[in-house]
Unconditional design. Structure first.
Length: 183
């Protein structure tokens, strides 16, 4: 059973079908989707969130292959503002998005820290790899701030088009060293 994670400002609650409406409201914005994997349909369909939950996220959670959380502010827990996920896939272990209104406030760094701790400390995975479109500088800064390093660049297909795709990495040992240093 996937737990709810709590940070200083956030509640990360496992996704449920009840989150479809919140996702449908916050997700289909160009600023959110442009650097996501090209598998994301664009324009985003009216039933896109429900389809994603029913056919992708919730079944993968039930199989224990993926962990998806709705991001909510402690100050407004009724409103979904984004999503953060962990995946048991080669070179693709974490992904996230945040509604435009909440970007630039350090919230995704906070959410990333919490799920990275879950990846290394609860799931005890040896390495975390995160792909991102090279032009996505905001996402790059989150990886840099959380101690990840760029290990490879190849080509990826994103909603906006084909771009260089950077693969960022951190090992469990590096994470644990970093955590003990911060305490």
């Amino acid at each position: 059973m996937q737990p709810t994670l709590v940070t200083q400002r956030l509640i990360l609650r496992p996704l449920t079908l009840d989150d479809a409406e919140g996702i449908q409201q916050q997700f289909p914005h160009w600023e959110v989707v442009r650097y996501l994997n090209a598998l994301v349909p664009w324009p985003y369909p009216a039933d896109g969130a429900r389809h994603y939950l029913e056919h992708i996220a919730l079944p993968a959670m039930a199989r224990g292959e993926e962990w998806h959380w709705a991001i909510r502010l402690k100050s407004a827990p009724e409103q979904l503002i984004g999503n953060i996920s962990l995946m048991d896939e080669p070179d693709n272990n974490r992904g996230f998005w945040l509604g435009p209104r909440w970007q630039g406030q350090g919230l995704m760094s906070e959410a990333s820290e919490a799920v990275t701790a879950y990846w290394f400390e609860v799931l005890e995975r040896p390495v975390l790899r995160v792909p991102k479109a090279a032009p996505n500088l905001k996402s790059r800064r989150i990886s840099e701030r959380t101690g990840m390093r760029l290990i490879r660049t190849d080509e990826g297909e994103f909603v906006e088009g084909i771009f260089p795709r950077d693969i960022w990495e951190m090992t469990r040992e590096e994470w644990l060293d970093r955590r003990s240093f911060k305490r």
